[in-house]
Design a protein around this ligand. Structure first.
Ligand SMILES: [Zn+2]
Length: 227
């Protein structure tokens, strides 16, 4: 059962990050010198968009929630998993936030390695063909490999990496190297894509997980019998 109030609050967070906050940060960043550390505020907006998008996906499809003690077992304390729902939700938000921000690491790597860039040349992490291909491979692998992690990885790839590229696409278009670059995305299209991607991707993910559930349940039961 989807909590409508949670979904509405998260969607409002996504809308505020993608639109008013984006406009404020854009005008602020443009007035800064090229190497200013304050330019990282633009990356923070990417992180918030990725975090809220994945949070929305988790509300629509709770199977996408990342469990902190399964990912980081050395942090385990206490017992029972239901107690840690809020922590898992925060962890899911933080992981998506970090992945969205990490896409901008290529700017830092290129600056540190002093690689000269052509005007409008994108960094390696800003090329869209690889994450798009990866998303399709993860979705196609989920059923044959009976893996929920493939669905989670595909959803993270869409909502953190591709949504980052879509926001940057307002300035440069999407770079599908070696096939070329799309025209610059209109601002309204960026907003619509950003607000609808979490809904469409999470419904796709939940329908895949629903098909996976019988095989996952039988795998769990057979491993219990073996014990
Ligand atoms: Zn970027």
């Amino acid at each position: 059962m989807i909590s409508k109030s949670q979904l509405l609050v998260t969607w409002a967070g996504l809308l505020i990050s993608a639109w008013p906050l984006d406009m404020v940060v854009e005008s602020f960043v443009q007035r800064l010198p090229p190497k200013s550390l304050l330019r990282a505020t633009d990356t923070v907006v990417h992180g918030l968009i990725g975090g809220f998008s994945y949070l929305m996906a988790c509300i629509i499809c709770p199977d996408l929630v990342l469990h902190i003690f399964r990912c980081l077992p050395f942090l385990r304390f206490g017992s029972g998993t239901n107690k840690h729902e809020a922590l898992d939700t925060l962890f899911s938000f933080c992981v998506a936030f970090m992945i969205s921000c990490c896409v901008d690491l290529d700017h830092i790597i290129m600056d540190v390695m002093q690689i000269k860039r052509m005007p409008f040349q994108r960094g390696w992490f800003h090329l869209s063909l690889f994450p798009l291909g990866l998303t399709i491979i993860f979705y196609l692998s989920a059923l044959p490999f009976h893996s929920q992690y493939c669905v989670i990885s595909a959803t993270l790839s869409i909502l953190c990496i591709l949504s980052h590229h879509i926001r940057d696409g307002v300035h440069h278009g999407l770079d599908f190297y070696p096939f070329g670059t799309t025209p610059v995305l209109p601002y309204w299209l960026y907003i619509i894509l950003t607000l609808t991607l979490p809904i469409s991707s999470s419904y796709l993910s939940s329908s895949l997980i629903r098909q996976l559930k019988p095989s996952l349940d039988s795998l769990t039961q057979s491993s219990m019998h073996m014990v």
